[in-house]
Design a protein around this ligand. Structure first.
Ligand code: NAD
Ligand code: DAU
Length: 359
């Protein structure tokens, strides 16, 4: 089996759903269930013995050690993190605890476990760390996209904490020989994304007739990738990636924020017209994010050349699917927005009884 951390979040849940569609190899899912973790994302796996969920912290060494010894996964895919830049600006502490200290504890337990494995198991074991393009900092309008050798220059507490974890992962390979792989991906979008992030927030607010807050002048550029393409990149790197290497993942899809929001509005006008008028009327420019990175762009040439990966979705196809998904899953959105999903966890898992952090 494989161990996935943070598998109840946006990308982790999509990864597990995709994994179990393509393979019967079981997944042990370790997730703390912070505000961003939502087991409703995995409701379709209810009763599926291939998915084993454990509620817990990647920084809980006793729990991690016990899980590794008991389940002996052949690989770990580490998604668990605090992921929202704005939250890191308001309160960086949790970001340091999970992204830096938590990753360190997870690495330490993994190292101890890996060193004790028989040679054959040791040779095939992998630790894949899922990271972000934000570690590279901000680009000017004419700069070339980030490559794997672009120096780190993180600007927010979030990106600094992810950069720290990337460095630790690298050091565990260099010093101890731990067989690690790292992916640095651009902005994801798609089903199950928590509506604090740009695209789902705009869909949610627009359907409620609420303002669509655009930070600054709306001309900050992000490079968008449909989430299942990120998942397929991670599967590819896990399968074929060279130990110790990092791979940038992106969709060659740079767009200013205001253009993203206009696209979402136009799709909503088509799929669910508002009698009050075009959704774009709700666009509202607000105070900028402090330290707001101007532009991210990923050069995904290495993963394409060396591992043969490329995205399946264009932005046009992906954003259409995404808006459709949110409109078709308003109950999910409402549960998340109201906090109702937390009750769902208790109903679903509470009555089964917790065993030392396991649900
Ligand atoms: P998310 O916030 O939706 O999910 C994070 C998950 O991790 C949640 O389920 C949460 O409960 C869990 N978690 C948090 N702290 C934990 C801890 N201490 N122990 C165990 N579980 C914990 O995040 P996401 O958008 O799915 O991102 C997943 C990973 O991908 C992160 O590492 C993030 O840095 C990286 N990433 C995200 C994007 C993006 O656009 N969303 C792009 C590139 C990389
Ligand atoms: O680049 C990868 C990163 O993308 C991931 O590592 C992060 O986990 C993920 O959250 C995301 O970070 P961003 O800060 O780019 O994403 P966010 O959706 O928060 O914002 C996207 C852009 O939209 C950014 O320039 C800020 C802007 N924005 C965001 C929100 C929430 C707005 O203008 N208004 C908003 O209300």
């Amino acid at each position: 089996m494989i161990l996935v951390t943070g598998g109840a979040g946006f990308i982790g849940a999509n990864f597990i759903l995709d994994w179990l569609r393509a393979s019967d190899e079981p997944v042990l899912n370790l997730d703390k269930l912070t505000y961003a973790g939502n087991l409703e994302n995995l409701a379709s796996l209810q009763g599926d013995a291939r998915h084993l969920f454990v509620q817990g912290d990647i920084g809980d060494r006793e729990l991690v050690g016990k899980l590794l010894a008991e389940h002996r996964p052949r690989a770990i895919v580490n998604f668990a993190a605090e992921s929202h830049v704005d939250r890191s600006i308001h309160g960086p502490e949790d970001f340091i605890q999970t992204n830096v200290v938590g990753t360190f504890h997870l690495l330490e337990e993994t190292r101890g476990h890996w060193m004790g494995l028989p040679e054959a198991d040791k040779a095939v074991f992998r630790f894949l760390h899922v990271s972000t393009d934000e570690v590279y900092g901000s680009l000017g309008p004419d700069d070339v996209p980030f490559t794997e050798t672009t120096p780190f220059a993180p600007n927010s507490p979030y990106s600094a904490s992810k950069a720290s974890s990337d460095h630790l992962v690298r050091a565990y390979h260099h010093t101890y020989g731990l067989p690690v792989l790292t992916t640095n991906c651009s902005n994801n979008y798609g089903p199950y994304q928590f509506p604090e992030k740009l695209i789902p927030l705009m869909i949610l607010n627009a359907t409620r007739g609420k303002p669509l807050p655009i930070y600054g002048d709306g001309m900050n550029v992000r490079d968008w990738l449909y989430v299942t393409d990120h998942c397929s990149a991670i599967r590819t790197v896990l399968e074929k990636g060279k130990i110790g290497e990092t791979y940038n993942v992106g969709g060659w899809n740079e767009m200013p924020n205001i253009e993203i929001v206009r696209t979402v509005c136009a799709l909503l006008d088509e799929m669910r017209p508002d009698p009050a008028g075009p959704h774009e009327r709700l666009v509202t420019y607000v105070k900028d994010r402090p330290g707001h990175d101007r532009r991210y762009a990923i050069d995904a040439g290495k993963i394409h050349r060396e591992l043969g990966w490329k995205p399946d979705e264009t932005f046009e196809s992906g954003i259409r699917k995404t808006v459709r998904w949110y409109l078709d899953n308003m109950a999910w959105v409402e549960h998340v927005a109201s906090g109702e999903y937390r009750k769902w966890v208790d109903v679903q898992y509470g009555e089964r009884g917790a065993v030392s952090g396991e649900r």
